[in-house]
Design a protein around this ligand. Structure first.
Ligand SMILES: O=C(O)CCC(=O)C(=O)O
Ligand SMILES: [Fe+2]
Length: 370
């Protein structure tokens, strides 16, 4: 599946037109502090190395004066299933984590597990990305899971291959679970408020996808597509697996792209992860969260983020929703960037607007006159 997240772009003004050659492997432009016994043997290795080795959430937070912990609310707090806070985060542009979904009596612990996947979908092929080279290959899901189980949780030894199943197809059974009434309706894809619902079904883009990772696999800095709101639920972890999120407020997206450019990096190509030092020097707030089992991260529209997995296997389900606020952002600013860097839009925003207006005006004209 061509995921909606994988081509998410940022607000960079530097490119007149994207050169396909520029879509290169992710690199970190400076090495992370390195406590390894043996230093990297070449500049290339040093410059492409980002490891979660030794990371702990409190310590990370202490490393930057503008690092802030992403606010957490429990899903049952205030009797609102956390959805009011999610709304506020979405509109206010500040990320939030709605936690504790794994406490819910209907949390499908068995179905959200690696062993269940091996038994039920193990023979299926998934695309994985070698995060060292960016090369994509297809492997059997069960092979990937078995290999991930024997992969060390950090890249201490600078392995030449560490593979991440990004934007993997979500098992049908997992998709169905989302709609069983545990998660609030208004954060679900293709439900009220998601303008994708107005598309004829054959035109609606699929935004639901899974991320199967292991420590030190990562998604470089990006914004989710076209001003959409992202939701990302940690469904399963093994051996203390978690994911570190580094995020900006939506309102700092321009400042972030300037800062990124000042580091000599191209913001719109989704091929760089910033080091902790670079993030710590940013002249705006960086929100950091450690996403654990049952945590739902809400990614407001146009919010830059990078995600680094930590420890054992992690499995996340992610989807996006296009709200009217997001669509306005897309039309006013995001699509200009896509044109500059020649990126596919995927969401077909103008067509979505057309179908939304058509459906809403039909609904209005069929209302009884008072
Ligand atoms: O978990 C990841 O690697 C990236 C997830 C992401 O970017 C998202 O859900 O928007
Ligand atoms: Fe994302």
């Amino acid at each position: 599946m061509n995921g909606l997240h994988s081509l998410a772009t940022g607000r960079g003004e530097e490119f007149l037109c994207g050169d396909p050659e520029q879509f290169k492997p992710p690199v970190c432009s400076a090495p992370t502090p390195d406590t390894r016994d043996e230093p990297p043997t070449s500049q290339l290795e040093a410059s492409s190395f980002l490891s979660t080795r030794g990371w702990s959430f409190p310590e990370l937070l202490g490393q930057g004066s503008r690092f802030k912990a992403i606010k957490r609310v429990h899903h049952a707090s205030g009797g609102s299933s956390g959805s009011n806070e999610a709304d506020e985060a979405e509109m206010g542009g500040i990320p939030i984590i709605v936690e504790g979904w794994d406490d819910h009596t209907l949390w499908p612990r068995e179905m959200f597990s690696a062993d269940w996947l091996i038994r039920n979908h193990g023979a299926e092929a998934i695309k994985v990305r070698n995060i060292r080279t960016y090369a994509e290959t297809e492997v059997q899901l069960s092979d990937w899971l078995h290999r991930a189980r024997s992969t060390p949780g950090d890249a201490y030894n600078l392995d030449s291959e560490r593979s991440y199943a990004k934007d993997a197809e979500c098992p049908e059974e997992w998709k169905k679970w989302l709609y069983l009434g545990v998660l609030p309706e208004k954060i679900l894809p293709r439900r009220f408020g998601d303008l994708v619902t107005y598309f004829p079904s054959d035109l609606a883009p699929e935004s639901l996808m899974c991320y199967f990772g292991v420590g030190d696999t990562l998604t470089p800095v990006h914004k989710d597509l076209c001003g959409s709101v992202g939701q990302n639920l940690m469904c399963y972890t093994e051996n203390g697996g978690s994911a570190y999120w580094f995020m900006t407020a939506s309102s700092d997206s321009l400042a972030f792209s300037r800062y990124f450019r000042e580091q000599g990096l191209a913001i719109d190509l989704e091929n760089h992860a910033l080091t902790i030092e670079q993030l710590a020097k940013a002249p705006f707030d960086i929100y950091i969260g450690e996403q654990k089992l049952g945590d739902l991260v809400i990614v407001p529209p146009a919010c830059f983020h990078q995600v680094v997995n930590h420890g054992g296997i992690t499995m996340k389900t992610s989807w996006s929703r296009m709200t009217d606020h997001g669509l306005r952002l897309a039309l006013q600013q995001e699509l200009d960037i896509y044109r500059r860097v020649c990126r596919p839009e995927t969401y077909r925003c103008k067509l979505m607007l057309f179908y939304a207006i058509q459906a809403l005006s039909n609904a209005l004209s069929s209302e009884p006159q008072s």
